[in-house]
Design a protein around this ligand. Structure first.
Ligand SMILES: *Cc1c(COP(=O)(O)O)cnc(C)c1O
Length: 373
């Protein structure tokens, strides 16, 4: 007989969904106007509302984060080689391949798991045109050190900010750094439109170019200025975003409580450590990674399996490293010796469930399970 579980499966994340009844008026408006896509009223409203909420001047919505990454690189005409992190979701490097760009992997900082700025310069060659760092788990990169290198070598900086919705440093939104920041509004992210994404742009001219690129390169009915793509967000997704925005502060506050509960409950367990507290002025607690160290009684993968057997599904983000996938592992920069910190992190990290509706009692259960291996 199968053992009865106390709760349904607990996944690493669960999308936040506002009450369905609140979505009906948006649908009625779409049905009445029959304006389904192509930068309709909800698209325009969401761009403005997100700019206001995030504290940025210009933002272009996309159908998903990956198309936004691909388009961001196109818009800055990035070519040749781009320095990036192996410790991320594959879309980061895939966006480079889709542009015919060679990824050059640089190791990460063990304290933040973000691209290590002290290792970037050694990877720069005459072909290098840009740096594409990731604010991993929503923790800000060392944006100042990265910008200094970019300025010295005349490189563009495109942040994959897919994890960093709402994150701020002392100067405000983390999305103000670099040339562009790319967001994902996928169902699993802190702010979701089911599928969606955006590029935060520094000025109106850049946004206009990106708006053309996401709409096949059309400027008007008869003018096409670039081989653009179809990256537009639909009115349905934009309406979802407007509704989600009403609940985002509540969702972020809930994540903060849950992260604090994890830290308290996991404190002092031998062989378990949490990622260092945020350097961000405003954090988003998008993920809750722990390190299963060598002095923990079992392996990381044994703990992963033990939690799964209890109906709790943590994730080994980011294992395998991007540089270990077949389309990357032949690159000289993909060698393990070049990436020891990232390789160690990929072997040690477990991301525990965190999402706004997660019950505190489940955190107790997870902590108990980790404490008694
Ligand atoms: C989710 C994610 C993406 C891709 O975004 P989609 O909206 O799913 O296309 C890119 N980079 C990182 C780091 C991500 O986590």
């Amino acid at each position: 007989m199968t053992q009865l579980k106390k709760h349904p499966p607990i996944y690493v994340t669960q999308p936040f969904l506002p009450p369905l009844t609140e979505f009906i008026p948006y649908l009625e408006q779409i049905w009445t106007s029959k304006w389904l896509t192509n930068c309709g009223p909800f698209h325009q409203q969401l761009e403005q509302s997100l700019c206001d909420y995030l504290g940025v001047k210009h933002l272009a919505l996309f159908a998903n984060g990956t198309l936004a990454l691909v388009t961001a690189l196109q818009s800055l005409r990035v070519t040749g080689e781009v320095i990036t992190t192996p410790y991320s979701f594959v879309a980061t490097s895939h966006a480079l391949l889709w542009n015919g760009i060679k990824p050059v992997f640089v190791d990460i900082d063990p304290n933040t798991l973000n691209l290590d700025p002290t290792k970037i310069e050694a990877a720069i060659t005459p072909q290098t045109t840009a740096i594409m760092p990731v604010h991993c788990y929503g923790h800000p990169c060392d944006v100042e050190a990265i910008q200094k290198i970019a300025d010295n070598y005349n490189l563009k900086v495109i942040y994959d900010a897919a994890h960093a919705f709402g994150v701020q440093d002392a100067h405000g939104s983390i999305f103000q750094h670099g040339d562009l920041s790319v967001l994902s509004f996928h169902a699993t992210k802190v702010f979701n439109t089911f599928e969606g994404g955006a590029i935060v742009c520094p000025d109106a001219k850049t946004k206009q170019r990106i708006d053309h690129l996401k709409n096949f390169g059309f400027v008007d009915e008869v003018t096409v200025v670039a081989p653009g793509i179809n990256g537009k967000m639909s009115e349905f997704n934009a309406a979802l975003g407007l509704l989600q925005l009403r609940y985002i502060d509540q969702a972020l506050a809930s994540r903060q409580r849950l992260a604090a509960a994890y830290r308290k409950r996991l404190q002092g367990i031998q062989g378990i450590s949490c990622l260092r507290e945020e350097s961000a002025a405003v954090a988003n607690h998008a993920y809750f990674p722990i390190f299963v160290q060598a002095d923990y009684p079992t392996s990381r993968d044994d703990l992963y399996q033990k939690l799964k057997d209890k109906g709790i599904h943590p994730r080994r983000y980011f294992y395998p490293l991007i540089s270990d996938f077949p389309m990357y592992r032949g690159l000289p920069s993909a060698h393990r010796e070049n990436l020891p910190v990232a390789a160690a992190a990929a072997e040690r990290v477990l991301c525990l469930p965190i999402y706004p509706d997660l019950d505190l009692a489940v955190i107790d259960e997870i902590a108990d399970c980790i404490a008694l291996p």
